[in-house]
Design a protein around this ligand. Structure first.
Ligand code: NAP
Ligand code: ZN
Ligand code: ZN
Length: 347
């Protein structure tokens, strides 16, 4: 076994603290990489607090990690020692179901292995995430990262990036479409970048008036403060798509009214409470509410390659791991600009 350092929550009511644990030895198809940077996703906070379901503790969060390969198994062909490597929200899946065969490991019908707060495919061994010094992953679940991009700013692409790229691609959002991005946080600011790169007209719908400058700097065409009825009135019935990245309960009635006839409201945010959907909000105007979860491995690599080709990275604040609760507090207040990334050398 390989000893590693990490930060773990021992239960849903205790704070993260240093915790030493072991990774498995590097198997024939495994890659071990030292984690240099790990993004902080709102899902980390949801999960250490048991917001969604009872978690597996101790829990080492973190599913946006990038680093350098330090060891490879004898049958590994995709990586060599010294290469950059990245892992996102998945470390394994059944590989045999209909979805896995199509590269939709995110929707594995037999239960995939989430990077933390999950179980390996033996359905017994817990998984531990990226708030740690090193990780061992089957090479099929390790991704290539360009040497040309700013490495800390690449980390958030592994979740915030693919979670917004995948639905925008699936629903073919692009030229001629008006896209609204609801919530300008980690996922939201990546949705703005991809929406623009795909040719859509992008509007940010935000609860934070102070974010207007940043939205415009990111290239958004329009910015609407959702608490201002006058501003909201101007965009009623105007959007083809809304990508909803909100992490807390919110008013679907209001947002559905901003869609055109046949408009699509794409949910990627995961509040702890069930959505409250007003029936006439979707019946009137044949509107759709759809969801999307992260992305499969081939599409995640496609997204990373797209980012390398188009010079897209996340806007980040680099933090020491000791400041993780300051970052969580700001994230809960919506004061994230626009992703915290942990410098893992501070572990
Ligand atoms: P984040 O950085 O905290 O951003 C969320 C943004 O939502 C905030 O910055 C804020 O933007 C807005 N917001 C927060 N509370 C709100 C409220 N009550 N009403 C309206 N807007 C509100 O979070 P994130 O990391 O982007 O994650 C967002 C959500 O997506 C989380 O629930 C996370 O668990 C989930 N997620 C889902 C997937 C998936 O596969 N589907 C993957 C990753 C994350 P403004 O200040 O602009 O209003
Ligand atoms: Zn995430
Ligand atoms: Zn499967």
């Amino acid at each position: 076994m390989i000893p590693v350092k990490g930060y773990a929550a021992q239960s849903a009511t205790t704070n993260l603290a240093p915790w030493n644990f072991e990774r498995r030895d590097v198997g024939a198809h495994d890659v071990q990489f030292d984690i240099l940077f790990c993004g902080v996703c709102h899902s980390d906070l949801h999960q250490i607090k048991d917001d969604w379901f009872p978690g597996i503790f101790p829990m080492v969060p973190g599913h946006e990690m990038v680093g350098r390969v330090v060891k490879v198994g004898e049958h590994v062909t995709k990586f060599k020692v010294g290469d950059l490597a990245a892992t996102g929200c998945l470390v394994d899946s059944c590989r045999t179901c209909e979805n896995c065969k199509q590269g939709l490991e995110n929707y594995c019908l037999n239960g995939n292995s989430q990077t933390y707060n999950g179980l390996e495919q033996d359905k017994i061994t817990p998984t531990y995430g990226g708030y740690s010094s090193s990780i061992v992953v089957h090479e099929d679940f390790v991704l290539h990262v360009s040497e040309n991009l700013d490495l800390p700013a690449v980390a958030p692409l592994l979740c915030a990036g693919i979670t917004t790229y995948s639905p925008l691609r699936y629903w073919k959002v692009g030229k001629g479409h008006k896209l609204a991005v609801l919530g300008l946080g980690g996922l939201g600011h990546m949705a703005v970048k991809f929406g623009l790169a795909f040719g859509a007209e992008v509007t940010v719908l935000s609860t934070s008036p102070k974010k207007e400058i940043d939205a415009k700097r990111l290239g958004a065409h329009n910015f609407v403060v959702t608490s201002d009825p006058e501003q909201v009135k101007l965009v009623k019935g105007t959007f083809d798509f809304i990508i909803d990245t909100v992490s807390a309960a919110h008013d679907f009635n209001l947002y559905l009214s901003l869609l055109k006839t046949n408009g699509v409201h794409i949910c990627v945010g995961v509040p702890s409470e069930p959505y409250e959907i007003p029936p006439f909000g979707i019946i009137d105007g044949r509107k759709s509410i759809v969801g999307s979860g992260i992305g499969g491995l081939p599409e995640t690599q496609e997204m990373l390659d797209f980012c390398a080709a188009n010079n897209i990275v996340s806007d980040i604040e680099l933090i020491n791991i000791q400041d993780i609760y300051k970052a969580y507090d700001r994230m809960v207040k919506g004061d994230v600009r626009y992703r915290f990334v942990i410098d893992m050398s501070t572990l």
